[in-house]
Design a protein around this ligand. Structure first.
Ligand code: IMP
Length: 437
């Protein structure tokens, strides 16, 4: 389609996740030497088809499906070894071997067998204030990391006496959390030792490998999971995931300096969705929500949960643009809006007390009772589905995209008009074109 990337770029979610990053990453991968995941765990997920074969990947970057591309999992990721092995096996069944192309940071933390149980327990204890997690043990693994009792990949491969002490301490912390629980540390120790042995061929100094590749002039795509509004620091706390999904996570989660990031591409849907609990100011209900959910197939890739659906929220995307320094947006699923008589864009919130608000608030209580302020635009009756040139979009769809750019403050360099790789518009003269040699 085009040439080689001139620069390393970060591709990350600009809303609440599930923006369709999988397709964008998959489409751009052939232009990079490597793809590097910097945060999250197997709470993420996307389905990719190669030669009619279906692959569901949660942890390993989908770049693995492209021959010759190196895939790195950074120290900022939490790894469930069993989930990792299941993916490696699925890939092997599909004729894809990861050896020599998969590199896992020795500093990444391990999701221990009981973290999942702690995740479920913690949700039950929160009752009505539950987060609606993916129950994958992500939060408890990051809690142990920050609590300085986590077990890292390198710990599994090092001194066994030291590892035994670490596992004993971690298990006893777990036992203190669960009433009347006396889990024995030894079977956990035996299990993680076996995990380490199986992971050994892939373990790597990921920061060093990235620096070496970049020094050789190879380009890297930094792949985010989840999204900015689910970021532990910048998202709708506490209804967030436990890692830095926004651009700062690239540096801390991979051990690369800020200047390694040559561009930032935010992925945003032409409307908004979210799974799990927490505020969604533009949320719709009834027939319109069902229409978006069914047409857009809005069901979680990891958990199958129906996604909550709403109109495009420019307050959210503007906020993401600021936090991440977005150079461009990849606008996805425009075709899902085909045939709607009217499309709405939220440009601000009317709140009691503070009046009109155009910047995303930190305190979620401010959002309670906030009323989205909408601009209404005519919809389009002829389809955008499969259109590959901006000028060929129906005039109303062109106006809608241009208005999204104005109110979000970022150019839509890529517009996705269907799930197939080919159903894509790359805007002429956009940042994405400039990043390409
Ligand atoms: P956790 O990451 O499993 O702890 O879940 C925390 C929140 O992030 C919940 O609201 C999840 O639904 C949400 N979440 C986690 N991973 C994803 C994802 O890949 N897409 C969308 N939402 C996610």
């Amino acid at each position: 389609m085009y040439g080689w990337m001139k620069t390393n770029i970060a591709v990350l979610g600009a809303q609440w996740g599930d923006e369709g990053k999988g397709k964008i990453v998959d489409m751009l991968t052939p232009h990079f030497s490597a793809v590097a995941r910097y945060q999250g765990g197997h709470n993420a997920g996307h389905t990719v088809y190669v030669n009619g074969k279906k692959f569901v990947l949660h942890l390993i970057p989908s770049g693995i499906l492209h021959a010759g591309v190196t895939c790195l999992i950074g120290n900022g990721v939490v790894i469930d070894p069993q989930a990792l092995f299941a993916e490696v096996e699925e890939l092997a069944r599909g004729g894809i071997t990861v050896d020599g192309r998969l590199k896992i940071s020795e500093k990444a933390h391990i999701i221990l067998p009981y973290h999942r149980e702690l995740d479920v327990l913690s949700e039950a204890r929160r009752g009505e204030r539950k987060i609606g997690t993916t129950s994958r043990g992500i939060g408890p693994a990051y809690e142990d990391k920050i609590g300085r009792r986590g077990i890292r990949v390198c710990d599994l491969l090092g001194d066994r006496t030291a590892l035994a002490d670490e596992v004993r301490e971690n298990v006893s912390a777990r036992n203190r959390m669960i009433i009347d629980s006396t889990l024995d540390w030894k079977p956990v120790f035996d299990q993680v030792v076996a995990f380490g042995e199986r992971m050994r061929p892939w373990v790597d100094d990921v920061s060093l490998s990235l620096h070496t590749m970049m020094a050789e002039g190879k380009t890297v795509m930094f792949e985010g999971a989840q999204a900015t509004l689910l970021d532990i620091d910048h998202g709708t706390y506490p209804f967030v995931t436990s890692s830095n999904a926004s651009v700062g996570g690239v540096c801390t989660g991979l051990g690369v300096p800020p200047r390694a990031i040559g561009g930032v591409l935010g992925v945003a849907k032409a409307y908004t969705t979210r799974v799990g609990e927490g505020p969604l100011p533009t949320e719709l209900s009834g027939a319109l929500a069902d229409r978006l959910r069914e047409t857009g197939q809005e069901y979680g890739a990891s958990t199958g949960r129906p996604r909550r659906c709403g109109w495009y929220d420019a307050v959210v995307v503007r906020y993401s643009a600021r936090v991440n320094g977005l150079d461009a947006i990849a606008l996805t699923k425009l075709d899902v809006l085909d045939g709607l008589p009217e499309v709405l864009i939220c440009t601000g919130y009317k709140t009691t007390g503070t009046g009109m608000m155009t910047d995303f608030p930190a305190d979620l209580r401010v959002l309670i009772g906030a009323e989205p302020v909408y601009e209404r635009m005519p919809g389009w009756s002829s389809p955008t589905k499969g259109v590959t040139e901006f000028d060929r979009l129906p005039a109303e769809a062109q106006r809608y995209v241009k208005r999204l750019e104005d109110v979000s403050g970022v150019d839509c360099a890529i517009i996705s008009t269907g799930s197939d790789r080919r159903e894509t518009i790359i805007k002429k003269g956009s940042a994405v074109e400039q990043w390409l040699a």
